[in-house]
Design a binder for this molecule. Structure first.
Ligand code: HEM
Length: 175
């Protein structure tokens, strides 16, 4: 039987670091940063867990692509690049094959537009869908944070032409 003090030590040693990781990352990319940051704070916290923003990106290239065409860039063919679409913008994530490639942790978002799952902070395959129109405002914000995260780290190489009707309307309203 564990005494109260060993339980407390277990909690502090195992529970706190886990809570820290989840708080800083899983809820949204924004959750990594305190509400008010200096540039140095931001750099420091990003370095801990996520890749930092890049300054060597190409100008966005909105080549039209359909969801069906996008599916071939899901990492299953090593000779092809890997694409992730967010709100219809297609990002080339090939340099992170270890994260998005076949069998990797975030392969669920590869070769598709999984905006809904990103907004919901969900890794369920049924959530990785392009229709994010019914997300509540807080999840919409999470999705926008992911879009901004990717925009600062990956080249935009295309634009999905057949997003579901419900979100196409939202997208054209913001263009
Ligand atoms: C306990 C839960 C989680 C932990 C510990 C965790 C941890 C991490 C770590 C360490 C990375 C950096 C990987 C790398 O760059 O090599 C990462 C990236 C990422 N995480 Fe999570 N994660 C969690 C949950 C989630 C959930 C629920 C989502 C769903 C939206 C998610 C979406 C992502 C995405 C999209 C990236 C890739 C960012 C990039 O392209 O650099 N994570 N996660």
């Amino acid at each position: 039987m564990l005494s109260d003090s060993s339980l407390l030590i277990y909690f502090l040693a195992l529970g706190l670091p886990l809570l820290f990781i989840i708080r800083r990352h899983a809820l949204s990319p924004r959750a990594q940063r305190p509400a008010v940051t200096t540039q140095t704070d931001e750099k420091k916290s990003l370095k801990t867990i996520m890749q930092p923003p890049r300054d060597d990106l190409d100008p966005p290239n909105y080549d039209p692509i359909t969801l069906e065409e996008l599916a071939q860039y899901d990492g299953s063919d090593e000779s092809k690049p890997i694409y992730v679409s967010i709100k219809g913008d297609v990002f080339d994530v090939t340099r992170k094959r270890d994260v998005y490639g076949k069998g990797a942790s975030y392969n669920i978002f590869a070769g598709k537009d999984g905006s809904r799952g990103l907004g919901k902070s969900s890794l369920q395959v049924e959530d990785a869908m392009p229709d994010y129109s019914t997300l509540p405002e807080n999840e919409m914000k999470v999705l926008d944070d992911w879009h901004s995260f990717f925009t600062k780290r990956y080249n935009i190489v295309g634009r999905v032409t057949d997003m579901p009707e419900a979100v196409s309307q939202k997208l054209s309203a913001t263009l």
